[in-house]
Design a protein around this ligand. Structure first.
Ligand SMILES: NC(=O)c1ccc[n+]([C@@H]2O[C@H](COP(=O)([O-])OP(=O)(O)OC[C@H]3O[C@@H](n4cnc5c(N)ncnc54)[C@H](O)[C@@H]3O)[C@@H](O)[C@H]2O)c1
Length: 283
């Protein structure tokens, strides 16, 4: 299968990054969001990343212009009518994702692959609302997308080998490393990462140490590039909470219960870096 035209749903932190790496690899990209202001925020981030690449000598002005020239704005799901693959990166919510997939299934060409960047939601359950479960797959990028090499590719129950192979080939064209994973809550990355972050929040909640001390222990003692509370702020505390809920419900084990402090921060709108405040305050 020859993938050339890509549509990305959601121009947030992940969707913008995915659109950027696809355009850098020569794919034509439609970047979709619900409002023009959301698209503009996304394309603004991409432009800033590319400008930094030019300043650091990693790209020329011409290359930057060519990448931006391959990304077009979409405010209507109907723009999916002529693409080969759609990568959904809207919010981490099953109802919203199923509603998007239902619409895409009606609009997208018969051959098109419907991929989701979900951090934890079951691919099989998203695929079940479409008439093409064999062409639904998880394509889980890491944050920040332009920097991180890994893409977890998750097979739903019905995903065919041909579709898996097409997505793996595309991932390699993006100069990323694909890793094949089966469809279980949290896949591999978040099944291991999020309980660690949640435990760090518990340590803060129980007064074991300050947030700075918790982060220092994991950075200096375990050689992690950033502490778990800083990382949680980068991921988004709402996304962290959603993933813990999926692990808790999907695996049915109380060891995955989200920390009450995490719930409290999300309820307060302290969502991390994207909202200006999480465990830390951002300018
Ligand atoms: N943040 C991370 O570190 C990370 C890492 C890997 C995967 N993910 C997953 O990627 C997805 C997006 O996360 P994010 O951090 O980019 O969130 P975000 O809040 O930054 O962006 C989500 C974007 O989707 C848009 N959106 C919502 N509903 C939409 C709809 N119906 N149609 C079109 N656009 C819609 C929003 O307007 C917003 O711009 C989630 O499923 C998340 O779990 C996140």
């Amino acid at each position: 299968m020859n993938i050339q035209k890509v549509m990305v749903i959601g121009a947030g932190q992940m969707g913008a990054g995915i659109a950027q790496v696809c355009a850098q690899a020569g794919f034509d990209v439609k970047l979709n969001d619900m409002k023009q202001a959301f698209y503009e925020r996304g394309i603004g981030v991409i432009t800033k990343n590319l400008t930094r690449d030019v300043e650091k000598g990693r790209k020329t002005e011409e290359e930057k212009a060519a990448v931006l020239g391959r990304i077009t704005m979409s405010l209507d799901m109907k723009d999916a009518h002529d693409v080969d693959i759609i990568i959904e990166a809207a919010v981490e919510n099953m109802e919203i994702k199923q509603s998007i997939f239902k619409q895409l299934d009606e609009i997208a060409p018969k051959h098109a692959i419907l991929a989701t960047n979900t951090s934890s939601l079951p691919i099989t359950e998203i695929a079940a609302v479409t008439n093409r479960p064999a062409q639904v797959i998880g394509m889980h990028y890491m944050n920040p997308v332009p920097v991180m090499k890994l893409v977890e590719i998750i097979r739903g129950l019905a995903t065919t080998d041909e579709v898996y192979q097409a997505v793996e080939d595309m991932t390699k064209k993006l100069e990323k490393t694909p890793v094949e994973v089966n469809d279980f809550p949290g896949f591999i990355s978040n099944r291991i990462l999020l309980p660690m972050i949640n435990e760090a929040v518990y340590a803060l909640y129980e007064g074991v140490a300050t947030k700075e001390a918790i982060d220092d222990v994991m950075k200096l003692g375990m050689n992690h590039p950033m502490g778990p509370l800083t990382l949680a702020d980068f991921i988004g505390l709402d996304t962290c909470l959603s993933i813990m809920e999926v692990l808790h419900e999907g695996l049915g084990d109380s060891k995955y219960r989200p920390c009450p402090l995490l719930r409290k921060y999300v309820a307060a709108g302290w969502l991390g870096k994207k909202s200006g405040r999480g465990f830390y305050v951002y300018e």
